[in-house]
Design a protein around this ligand. Structure first.
Ligand code: AN0
Ligand code: CP
Length: 318
């Protein structure tokens, strides 16, 4: 594996899930695979889970780990081409990325959508410069349009908890005070459409995901109807795609609460975290026995380890 950006990079899903199971059972079975290999985790945005789980996964494989918070350390990095660099950014990605690639064997990067320019976000302007100029494998730790380590962990968690062959999985929009990216729901949709699940997305009008992600999924605008018979409720806020980056609603009737969970088939509650209580989900639901958010977050270590392990196996072959 040379890059990990979308669901296509993982290949066969059942094989990936099998590998995840093995990694979870014996995390230290490959603890010399990464000897004398270095991974850098570069953050343009905040993180708790991604930073810790990816670092832990790399350490399980015996790697050296460097973490760079671009907003605190290093120079501010320019990403536009052809600009006169007379502003606050002293260095361009065009130099910084290949330099980092000389020190490290794998680069993992987090760079959220800016919501300033829909085209630049959906063309993955920053991530693509890493892929083009790094000279080493690149892992997305959430890009402008996708969060593939999260979606892999989510599918693995569903696999662990499902009680029937083809569970009903509902992705529901929920209110939030700030404009959040579409990366998490985009990736979740991308993965669920490939998995053996009945997949339904519910959101208010105006919150349609980009067609490349929503095509093939069932869209149900009535949240109560969507919840009927659900086995998994996956809550997430995102800002509008059509009115790009706008908050069109903060309607708290979309908050996942006990009344709504009663409509389901005793569904498990999932969220990628961080979550705002009593905006996205009520205290009662997230604190209930049906909430699996902590196990879901724990599985981030597993998905990261499968991806890094595959990259190391590939590097060792070269
Ligand atoms: C981010 C998002 O919605 O994309 C990260 C989630 C993993 N969330 C926030 O910024 C609160
Ligand atoms: N779920 C997730 O990616 O969390 P962090 O933003 O804390 O990394």
């Amino acid at each position: 594996m040379k890059r990990y950006l979308t669901v296509d990079d993982i290949g066969d899903l059942s094989q990936a899930l099998q590998e995840a199971k093995e990694v979870k059972r014996t995390p230290y079975a490959w603890d010399t695979l990464g000897k004398n290999k270095t991974i850098i985790l570069i953050f343009f945005n905040s993180s708790l889970r991604t930073r810790l789980s990816t670092q832990k996964a790399a350490m399980n494989l015996g790697m050296n780990v460097i973490v760079l918070d671009v907003n605190k350390d290093g120079w501010k990095l320019e990403s536009e081409f052809g600009v006169i660099m007379d502003g606050d950014k002293p260095e361009h990605l065009r130099e910084a990325v290949p330099v980092i690639g000389r020190y490290c064997d794998i680069i993992a990067v987090r760079s959220f959508a800016t919501f300033e320019d829909k085209k630049a976000d959906y063309e993955e302007n920053i991530l693509n410069q890493f892929i083009e100029f790094a000279g080493v494998p690149v892992i997305s730790m959430e890009s402008a349009t996708r969060h593939p380590l999260q979606a892999f962990a989510d599918l693995f968690t569903i696999e662990e908890y499902k009680t029937k062959a083809r569970p009903k999985v509902v992705l529901t929009w929920a209110p939030h005070p700030r404009a959040l990216p579409q990366a998490v729901p985009n990736s979740f949709a991308e993965w669920m459409k490939k998995a053996d699940v009945e997949f339904v997305i519910t959101h208010p009008k105006g919150y349609e995901l980009a067609p490349e992600f929503s095509n093939g999924a069932t869209i149900e605008y009535d949240q109560n109807k969507a919840f009927e018979n659900a086995d998994f409720i996956y809550a997430k806020n995102w800002a509008s795609y059509s009115e790009y980056g706008q908050i069109l609603s903060k309607d708290r009737s979309w908050t996942v609460d006990e009344e709504k969970m009663k409509l389901t088939n005793n569904a498990k509650f999932m969220h990628c975290l961080p979550v705002r209580r009593n905006m996205i989900v009520s205290d009662e639901v997230i604190d209930s026995e049906n909430s699996i958010v902590i196990d879901e977050a724990a599985n981030r270590e597993v998905s990261a380890q499968v991806v890094i392990k595959r990259m190391l196996e590939n590097l060792n072959q070269d």
